[in-house]
Design a protein around this ligand. Structure first.
Ligand code: ISL
Ligand code: CA
Length: 522
């Protein structure tokens, strides 16, 4: 098995991970300080969200220079040190590769903005008039600059690159080569299935993302991935995981098919859609049944999944799919499910201590640009302020971005409001408490690593009755049964086999709230 198949990935959002110099912003030295912590946890691969030079309209997902480190985070020397020190501990790093767009502060764009004759004009996508496309961040995808408009699928400060231009492809290859030569293990590729726009025609009217059919998973997009693989990635031992918005199992299978040589793994979203309708701003009550259905569908459809319940774009899983009243039980249940499914587990910083959603009470406390853009759209649609506030406070991405809770003191002057519950939910406490969520993650990771069934076995759904997720993992003659009560209610379920690992200290004849365990099947 390859490292990315047997390993555990841990995502770091550098701004919020660890602040080494007390300026309120996480940094690379801060990550270096915590490498032993990650090693102890059982992490093999770090996915580093963008540390590149950026004006931070989207915290690094708006890159101003792919070859420079954001000075708030440190220097290129710090980055080299991080790669080296991680490697010494057998931890490899994958970088976030954001090539759908650059910041409008990137010098390519500044050149392009000078006029139609500029050699960099063609690095971006221009139109004399807007079309009807809708942005991922709300509103139109076009921003006027002198006598033309440029395309931005995300914020207006994120101009879409023109991948029809061979020079842009060459730039992308150079960027990848530069980072791979530094000894990184590969890339998490941002919105990698929308990078190639077939045409700029008007789209069919949709509630959101009008225009989608002109750029989602185009044929040429697949070819570009093949080309990057052939010309760059295959010269190294690498791992690529693509963030693929709105991806279907069929599309995912194409992207991951070994013989097609495009991506190793894709990030799918269906299980993140279980508590809203239409789009994430319209939240509805979470129903575990839908989660089980989505997980089972993807477990069955793909040979290998990117397993995750959180990332920097999603509210916290324990607040969403668990319950604060059963903080430990529900967080551990989620950990047990995550680490028992077939695929590569991704843990997002803070998830391992059960960090919760933020304590935000108004838009003023929110830093995320997407949330602010959506607020404006909502106001234009005349949604009353009280209602809109409620909506954005449920779904804002800032829930995932509050400062990592290392100890009860917390951060000095953090860039984003930190949670009051840092007083008890923090790493220091978790290390001391043998019964903590953190220690359960460690146990569960170790259990997984020592189990053929969990690392490489087959998956089979046994039952989803009454929101109890029961599945089997089997390898050769070994078989494990995983049982997870995904509700806050008692549930009837019993087997006589010995429990190998559980989030409760004993086993009784029925399941208690969020009770989850693994038993051996003889
Ligand atoms: O936030 C989302 C899901 O709740 C998505 O709409 C998200 O914008 C989409 O998944 C794309 O995300 C990626 O690209 C964005 C960046 O803002 C996100 O942080 C990144 O993960 C633009 O680069
Ligand atoms: Ca700092």
């Amino acid at each position: 098995m390859k490292l990315w198949e047997k390993g555990i990935v841990y995502q770091i959002y550098p701004r919020s991970f660890n602040d080494s110099n007390g300026d309120g912003i996480g940094d690379l030295q801060g990550i270096i300080q915590k490498l032993d912590y990650l090693k102890e946890l059982g992490v093999d691969i770090i996915w580093l969200s963008p540390p590149y030079l950026s004006p931070n309209n989207d915290n690094g997902y708006d890159v101003a220079d792919y070859y420079k480190i954001n000075p708030e985070y440190g220097s290129m020397e710090d980055m080299d040190l991080l790669i080296e020190k991680a490697k010494k501990r057998n931890i490899r790093i994958i970088m976030d590769l954001v090539i759908n767009h650059t910041s409008t502060e990137h010098w390519w764009f500044k050149e392009a903005a000078k006029g139609k004759d500029n050699p960099y004009r063609d690095y971006y996508i221009w139109r004399d008039k807007k079309n009807n496309w809708g942005s991922f961040f709300g509103g139109t995808t076009w921003e006027k600059l002198d006598d033309q408009y440029y395309l931005h699928l995300f914020d207006k400060s994120q101009a879409d690159l023109n991948l029809k231009n061979p020079k842009v492809i060459k730039e992308v290859k150079d960027i990848m080569t530069y980072w791979l030569d530094k000894g990184i293990y590969g890339f998490r590729m941002d919105v990698i299935n929308v990078i190639y726009k077939n045409s700029l025609e008007n789209g069919k009217r949709r509630f959101v993302l009008t225009g989608l059919e002109h750029y989602l998973s185009t044929e040429r997009n697949h070819e570009i991935l093949k080309e990057l693989r052939r010309d760059v990635l295959d010269n190294y031992d690498t791992f690529t995981v693509g963030e693929t918005v709105l991806v279907t199992p069929k599309e995912a299978l194409d992207l991951m098919a070994k013989e097609r040589k495009e991506l190793d793994l894709v990030i799918a979203f269906e299980h993140m859609d279980v508590d809203h309708f239409n789009n994430k701003w319209f939240k509805i009550k979470y129903k575990p049944k839908k989660m089980i259905k989505a997980l089972d569908k993807w477990q069955t459809a793909l040979p290998w999944n990117c397993l995750y319940f959180e990332n920097h774009d999603q509210p916290r899983s324990v607040s969403r799919f668990g319950l604060i009243k059963y903080h430990k039980e529900s967080a551990k249940m989620l950990a047990l499910v995550l680490l028992s499914l077939r695929g590569t587990p991704f843990i997002y910083q803070g998830e391992e201590i059960g960090m919760t959603n933020g304590d935000f009470t108004s838009l003023d406390e929110i830093m995320d640009k997407e949330t602010h853009n959506v607020w404006k759209v909502g106001r234009k649609l005349l949604i009353p302020k009280r209602k809109l506030t409620k909506m954005i406070l449920k779904a804002t991405r800032d829930h995932a971005r509050t400062p990592m809770q290392w100890d009860e003191k917390g951060w000095v002057n953090p860039w984003l409001k930190q949670n009051k519950n840092k007083s008890h939910i923090n790493v220091e406490n978790s290390l001391k408490d043998k019964d903590s969520i953190l220690n359960f993650y460690k146990k569960m990771i170790e259990f997984r690593k020592n189990s053929h069934c969990l690392t490489k076995g087959e998956y089979k759904l046994i039952s989803s009755k009454k929101d109890v997720f029961v599945f089997e993992r089997s390898f050769e003659n070994e078989k494990l049964l995983i049982v997870a009560n995904m509700t806050n209610k008692e549930r009837p379920f019993n087997v006589n086999n010995d429990v190998l690992i559980s989030n409760y200290s004993d086993k009784i004849s029925y399941l208690r709230p969020y009770e989850a365990y693994i038993v051996e099947v003889k």
